[in-house]
Every structure is written in C-alpha cells, then in structure tokens.
Write a protein that binds this ligand. Structure first.
Ligand code: BGC
Length: 394
C-alpha cells in the first residue's frame, strides 16, 4: 500500500489530467464503442420485461446511489470512473441527486453504504462491487425496495441483477495472453521453448479477475500443454494488493532461482509490484511483464522498458452506457437498444449487458491510443523521462 501511496502522490497525481481529460474523453469516445458479447445467448426480452415490473422505484427516479469498490488498487476509480459517472448520469438525468460512496476495499462497508443510500431514497443503484458474490445482498435489499442495480465494471452474482455494464473481460485476458505468445514467437525477452511463465492474478473475490485469468489461459493453456511454455506459478492476489504482488513475485523468483521469462500480471498495480521485485534482482526490463488499466505510471514503465504492455479500457464508454441506462430507467423508456449483449451469472440467469472493447497498448501505439484519446497527456507521461524515451517522448 505504502509504495502505491508514494507512487500516487509523486507520480500519478502529477501525471493524470483530470477535468480537461473528461471533456477530451467524452468528445471522442462514442465513435469507437463497439461492444461484443463474451457469453452471448441472444434473447433478453424476458429479463427486460421483468426489469420494468420488478423495479418500480426506477420510474421517475431522481436519486441515484453510486458505489465504487476501492481507492488503492488503481487510480481509475476515483480519477476516472467517479467523475465520468457523475458527469454522464447528470447529462442523462438533469436535476438528479447522486449519493456517492467508496467502500475502500471492504465488502461489509459497501453493504452498509448501499443500505444507507436506500434509506435515503436512492431509487437506482450503480455498483462497482468490492466482492462479486457478497454484493448479491445489495441486489436483494435493493429489489425489496423495487430498486434496480446496475453492476458497473464487475459482475454481481445475483439473478436479480438488472444490468451489467463493463468491458469484455475474457477478451482482456486473451489480449494479455496473446501478447505473451506473440513475444515468444518473436523470441523477445529471451522467450524460447520451455521458458518459465508466472501468472499473477487479481483478487479472487472480483469476478473480473476470474475472467481475466480465464482469457489468459484460453490463449496460453495450449502452449503449456505442449510444453512450449512452462507455467511455474498461478495465484490470485488478495485485494489486488501491490505489496502482496511484490512478495508473491519475490517468492516465485526465489523458487525458480530467478529463471522467469514472463509474468502475466492481470493489472497495472500488480505489474508495479512485480517490477519492484524484479528491480531488486536487476531483472526489470529483461522479463516480459503484462498489465492493464493504462495507468500513467505504467505507461511510463512501458516507455522505460520495465513493462511490456498494458490494456487500455476507455472508461468513458462504460460511464456513458451507464448514464444512458439510468436516464432511460428514470424516463420509463425502453433500454433494449442500450444493451447489446447478455451475460450469464453462475446460477444461469441472463443479465442484459453493455460491453465495450479493450485495446492492447505497448510502445508502438501509445500515441495512437491513450494520448490520441485524451486519456493521458504526452507531457505528463514523459515528465521526468529522457528526451526520446520509448521513441515517444519529445
Ligand atoms: C478492474 C481493473 C482494476 C482492478 C483493480 C478490476 O475489476 O476491471 O480495471 O485494475 O479491478 O481495481
């Protein structure tokens, strides 16, 4: 935690753009929003009809509860998701009152926050859940009050969930896994037949972490099976914690006597921990490390060569989709056109979903993606780096 806090203050706060970014993001994002459906089963009419009947409180609603999971696992939640959601919900529902709370990585806190918002009249809830299973209790409390829950970014495992808005998270893992395979085929990072790969997964209570791992293995498992690559480690990182990611990396480096060629790190905060451990062994830049979120400090790590790639998720797209659903629910309008996919819960219900596309970012396309989109500013990511860094900095 401490390391990330230092990073946030020293680097991230200085590097992230805030309000100008929101405008830049919302101006250019709608055009490339092409959702896909990982668990598509087509017909969600029944779910949609049920939505109107079950969630009576939503019609005419002007009091929206917004709950986000964490502050210390990624800069995204407070820096991007919160202001973007507030902006998009207000745009689609002028005059709305938004109650906001961050659970600071505690599922019980989040449950209490939701109950308290319902008590204070929230009639639509948008929930980025801390725990995909435990948040089922939030969906049930909300349902008792006729209030629909939109699961934001992370699926909630409850058949009464009204909507799910996210990225195609299996695809995220597939892009990360495929990146490792592409580098292996090129012989980069010393990758060759029999090279050792470690899987540093996210928090097991976050459904996304399960999907990221599943996607990565969709690509990598055939190579593990054929012994082209060798999986030496595969563990979840409780709470997406950076310190734990570093100590897990210390552990498998020691166990393998530093003979590691690739680290599948599910997110940028995990890669930050992994890189810190590699640096202590003078291995940073020599081992392929993946990531996700396009955090400014991790884009810097890509420019310096310590991290190979990240996944950019244009968060404005899911904020926009959420804002539109909230607006339609309040206006009693049909939401069918706003959800183009359907996602299965573990108990088999089909949840109407809006899913956006993730993108790979590495040295070769930083300018064309995160910079061109206004997600990050070149001057910010290049601050403190030598001129010409990564072939990108002026
Ligand atoms: C999100 C990632 C984020 C991670 C940790 C996941 O559910 O999809 O973007 O890095 O949580 O906050």
């Amino acid at each position: 935690m401490k390391m990330f806090r230092n990073l946030s203050i020293a680097t991230v706060l200085g590097v992230f753009c805030s309000l100008p970014l929101l405008n830049a993001c919302s101006n250019n994002s709608a055009s490339n929003s092409t959702p896909t459906a990982p668990n598509n089963s087509g017909n969600n009419t029944a779910a949609l009809t049920q939505t109107a009947d079950t969630f009576k409180a939503a019609k005419g609603c002007k009091n929206v509860g917004l709950l986000l999971p964490e502050t210390d696992t990624s800069t995204r939640w407070e820096t991007y998701d919160r202001p973007l959601l507030q902006q998009e919900i207000t745009k689609n529902l002028p005059g709305v009152q938004i109650q906001y709370a961050n659970a600071n990585n505690d599922a019980d806190t989040q449950q209490n926050q939701a109950e308290s918002m319902l008590t204070r009249g929230a009639c639509i809830l948008v929930v980025g859940s801390k725990d995909s299973q435990k948040a089922s209790a939030i969906v049930q409390s909300a349902k008792n009050s006729g209030v629909p829950v939109i699961a934001y970014d992370r699926l909630i495992q409850d058949n009464d969930l009204a909507y799910y808005v996210s990225f195609d998270n299996v695809r995220v893992g597939e892009l990360q896994g495929q990146y490792i395979i592409d580098q292996y085929r090129k012989g980069a990072y010393g990758l060759k037949r029999g090279s050792n790969i470690a899987l540093l997964n996210g928090s097991q209570t976050d459904n996304n972490a399960l999907q990221f791992r599943q996607g990565a293995l969709n690509k990598l498992q055939p190579l593990f099976d054929s012994k082209e690559l060798n999986k030496v480690f595969d563990q979840y990182t409780p709470n997406w914690d950076v310190t734990r990611a570093q100590s897990l990396t210390d552990g498998f480096l020691t166990q393998e006597k530093n003979n590691i060629q690739g680290i599948y790190a599910a997110s940028d905060i995990l890669s930050t921990g992994a890189i810190a451990a590699l640096r202590n062994q003078n291995l940073n830049g020599k081992v392929l490390v993946t990531g996700q979120d396009a955090n400014a400090s991790n884009i810097q790590a890509i420019l310096t060569g310590d991290q190979a790639m990240t996944i950019y998720k244009p968060l404005v797209q899911i904020a926009q989709a959420t804002g539109k659903i909230v607006g339609a629910l309040s206006n009693g309008a049909d939401t069918k056109a706003l959800t183009t996919a359907s996602t299965k819960t573990s108990d088999g219900a089909e949840i109407a979903s809006a899913l956006s596309n993730p993108q790979v970012v590495d040295k070769s396309n930083i300018k064309q993606t995160v910079i061109a989109d206004g997600f990050l500013k070149l001057e910010d990511v290049c601050r403190g780096l030598p001129s010409g860094a990564g072939g990108v900095c002026p």
